[in-house]
Design a protein around this ligand. Sequence first.
Ligand SMILES: Cc1ncc(COP(=O)(O)O)c(C=O)c1O
Length: 402
Amino acid sequence: MSEKIPVAQRLSAVKPSATVAVAQPARELKAQGIDVLSFSVGGPDFDTPVHIREAAKKAIDSGATRCTAARGIPELREAICDASAKRRAGVTYEPSQVVVSVGAKHTLFNLALALYDEGDEVLIPAPYWVSYPEQVRLAGANPVIVQTTEEQGFRMTPEALRAAITPKTKALILCSPSNPTGAAYTGEQLRALADVAAEHNFWIIVDEIYGQLVYGGFEQKSIAEVAPDLKDRIIIVDGVSKTFAMTGWRIGWMLGPEYVTKACEKIQGQATTNPSSVAQHAAIAALRGPWEPMEEMRQAFEARRSIIVEGLNAIDGISCGMPEGAFYAFANVQALIGKEGGGKKLETDLDVAGYLLEEARCAVVPGTAFGAPGFVRISYAASNEMIREGLSRIGEALSKLG
Ligand SMILES: Cc1ncc(COP(=O)(O)O)c(C=O)c1O
């Protein structure tokens, strides 16, 4: 036997996806035939709308089965520009300013490789989506976490941003509405952050993948709309996964300066050649409409948001603010820390999530995974019946705590 050859050093600082890891114990229980309700998922529970599926079938039958341009087919990039112009008032992009990738996660990964050098700092407000810091690390740069609080609605203040900026700051990654909190920034709040950023020179990467899933009349704004003066350093990340219930199709994209798209295209051309040809055609159908199936899904999420947030607040020991968007409730479980259940003391949010899995048979994600101990993320990408059943099980399990 030869000596074990180690894997690359760059992986030593990188954590595996926390949300994937958390799903594992629930999967094991399910495999044993135990009825576990999963509130840990990050994708819509709906099927992809019929007209999108039909467009994919047609694409296969009409021969769209070969490699495409690395950055995606022109018709899709045009559809992306048109859809973006409708959504973001006064902001227009050309197809040459778009790169389509294998999901928005891949877009962000391309950007990390294209933009960050060894030792660069990338500002990430917490709670954050689990992949942001790890992708920064994989690129050899350093994530700098900017804490936000529940009192601030989990939104980074201009003061906190200013305090985190150093000469090494290369980028800020902003997610609005956010995974995991559902919090979204108003136009004014974005402008206030842009004012601080304008005093410096770093990239502003905005992840707007949940931008069309906002509720209660919340007026979704892109930083690109409110800070046209910074357009040459704003990069928008978006995709079809969430809005169109298309997580498995793997189509996401960036909109930004042409020279950045060229850099991303170079990386992608060596990594994946291109995103799936069939999925690209499906994405065109998604963006071109009809819009009704998406509006129906959005309305269903909005109704579930009320059920889950009201239900959680009715449970002793849990409190939860009303998120503006996405499909996550981010519940404060600090009042449960120190209680005893199942013969164990709950010392952290990880223990709370573990207890809920064992006692309530409900899978939730501990806030620690998102840089926010003391909270749990509960996805409402689940039917009303499942949400009601989950709330009842959680309430009952927590009532047994001593
Ligand atoms: C905030 C955020 N950004 C990006 C993504 C990646 O989406 P996809 O790669 O499916 O396009 C996700 C998926 O969970 C997400 O929650």
